[in-house]
Design a protein around this ligand. Structure first.
Ligand SMILES: *[C@@H]1O[C@H](CO)[C@@H](O)[C@H](O)[C@H]1NC(C)=O
Ligand SMILES: [Cu+2]
Length: 225
């Protein structure tokens, strides 16, 4: 009785975390996605300088499997429940260096390039294409090299991002093998942590007043072949 009252209170105040991104393709939860530290509590990363901002892991433990896909196709990434906070979905790829294993590589260095981010619709309030969705099609660029990659899913919840540290990052990394690729090594890659600053305009932002008329996605531009 008491504990359920606390759960309700937590939900009403929005203090509890809310979703994970545990699955890709036809797999099961945390099979091809590395088990994130929030797998039980649905929590979020609040500090952009934390090591957890990369894959929401403290240990870089590999997944038990990888999902193979073809360059130029797309991968479906799933959340465990509908995304309901306002804010952008974003996806990044990082290629596992030759000679290293996708099961143990930790994603260190300026190796991440963005393959997707969403923009809101502007009006009397911002609305986001991701709201209510629990599956997301991630485009795998046709020109990138074949090989293994980490695919990083991120939803940045900005409902209380008007003060520094208020944005909530829901993150996980899937292991994917890409076949049929080209020879392009995307430019301007970034590191995690490092890609974001707490004062980035898309991270420190009050979406309630005044209602923004533009939104700058955190991180680099989306890579296009
Ligand atoms: C999966 O992708 C990797 C990386 O491109 C490749 O080496 C491997 O042969 C692929 N596996 C299958 C079953 O196609
Ligand atoms: Cu929440």
């Amino acid at each position: 009785m008491l504990s359920s009252a606390f759960v309700l209170l937590g939900a009403a105040l929005g203090v509890s975390g809310h979703y994970t991104f545990p699955k890709v393709g036809g797999g099961s939860d945390w099979q091809q996605v590395r088990r994130a530290d929030n797998w039980q509590d649905n929590g979020f990363v609040g500090n952009v300088n934390s090591g957890q901002i990369r894959c929401f892991q403290s240990n870089s433990a590999g997944a038990s499997a990888s999902l193979n896909t073809t360059a130029g196709s797309s991968v479906t990434y799933y959340s465990n429940q509908g995304v309901f906070h306002p804010g952008p979905m974003q996806f990044y790829l990082a290629r596992v260096p030759d000679g290293q294993s996708v099961n143990s590589w930790n994603g260190d260095g300026a190796v991440w390039f963005k393959v997707y981010h969403e923009q809101p619709n502007f009006g009397s309030q911002l609305t986001w294409p991701s709201t209510g969705k629990s599956s997301f099609n991630v485009p795998i660029p046709s020109c990138i090299r074949s090989g293994y990659y980490l695919l990083r899913a991120e939803h940045i919840a900005i409902h209380s991002a008007g003060s520094s540290g208020g944005a909530q990052f829901y993150v996980s990394c899937a292991q994917i093998g890409v076949t049929g690729g080209g020879s392009t090594d995307p430019p301007n890659k970034v590191s995690f942590p490092g890609a974001y600053s707490a004062s980035d305009p898309g991270i420190l932002i009050n979406i309630n007043w005044p209602i923004p008329t533009s939104y700058k996605n955190p991180g680099p531009a989306v890579f296009k072949c």
